[in-house]
Design a protein. Structure first.
Length: 300
């Protein structure tokens, strides 16, 4: 997949989520206010927070796709992981707000009797948000974009929240008013879990953790399959936004010329690029094969 095609798919998924979320925000705020439902109105406030989070992620995607420069020789892809951290914090705050509000409602016994409008708004939100989650997570996995996957989890969080809202509002509509805050409180626990997953995955990438082991094994096999490569001495990788950067140490014939080893290294790089469109760069270091006196110097 070409660079512009990847960015185009990411833009489309993000913009769809952005505008759908904007419409849902207005609908839930109005339904909560006119339908006399505190839970649905709070759901609308949550959507407003998501609106800000998605906007921040869209900005991060713009920054992350900028080519490398003198100040950022490895590109700007880490901006996506930073945006995912921001989204996770929004998820945490949203979950905490729902939990606190639910506790206050039960303690203070400030129950309301909602109208059918509020029930309908919660029901519609579940279907739309689940559809957005499935679409965003599919595109995010195809592009291996941490920012898109974070937004997808945020959509799933909204669907869960709306399920609790629907249960609570429906129960309150039929007279069981305590169901509203209890269901919201339980859902906040699921929201915290989603927030933690989003945060830990983004922190994993920011800390330059290794890509999946099976991917490294495949890259090793591809490199060792190129004529002239005796052995892959070492392989490391790290994520930068939608792309992976691979570091390879290849063992070759010590009597080979610099030009010959360079041509082989270029072929290794080309082979990896063809197999993995999400690899942005491959850094190759060449070691002499079967040299007992060779030593790799590293300070990390």
């Amino acid at each position: 997949m070409q660079r512009q095609e990847r960015f185009g798919r990411a833009d489309k998924a993000m913009q769809i989520g952005f505008w759908v979320n904007a419409v849902l925000m207005v609908v839930k705020l109005c339904a909560g206010h006119f339908g006399r439902s505190e839970a649905v109105f709070a759901d609308g406030v949550e959507s407003a927070c998501d609106f800000v989070a998605i906007f921040a992620t869209m900005v991060a995607l713009r920054i992350g796709r900028k080519p490398f420069d003198e100040q950022h020789p490895y590109g700007h892809g880490k901006a996506e992981s930073i945006a995912a951290i921001v989204v996770s914090l929004v998820i945490f705050v949203t979950g905490a707000g729902i939990l606190v509000q639910a506790v206050h409602t039960v303690v203070d016994a400030t129950y309301q009797t909602p109208q059918l409008l509020a029930v309908a708004a919660a029901f519609v939100t579940i279907g739309i948000k689940e559809a957005l989650y499935r679409y965003s997570v599919r595109v995010g996995r195809d592009l291996e974009s941490p920012a898109l996957l974070a937004i997808a989890k945020d959509h799933r969080k909204d669907a869960l929240t709306s399920i609790a809202t629907l249960i609570g509002v429906t129960g309150a509509f039929f007279g069981f008013q305590v169901m509203d805050p209890v269901a919201a409180g339980l859902t906040s626990l699921f929201i915290f879990h989603i927030g933690w997953e989003t945060f830990s995955n983004a922190a994993h990438d920011l800390m330059d953790a290794q890509p999946p082991e099976e991917m490294l094994v495949t890259v090793t096999r591809l490199a060792e399959g190129v004529a002239g490569v005796e052995h892959v001495h070492e392989i490391r990788g790290r994520r930068s936004g939608q792309y992976l950067i691979i570091d390879l140490k290849l063992e070759m014939d010590p009597d080979m010329t610099v030009k010959e080893s360079h041509c082989i290294a270029t072929e290794v790089k080309r082979t990896i690029f063809e197999r993995f469109p999400n690899v942005g760069d491959v850094m190759i270091h060449i070691n002499p094969h079967d040299d007992p006196e060779h030593e790799d110097l590293i300070r990390l």
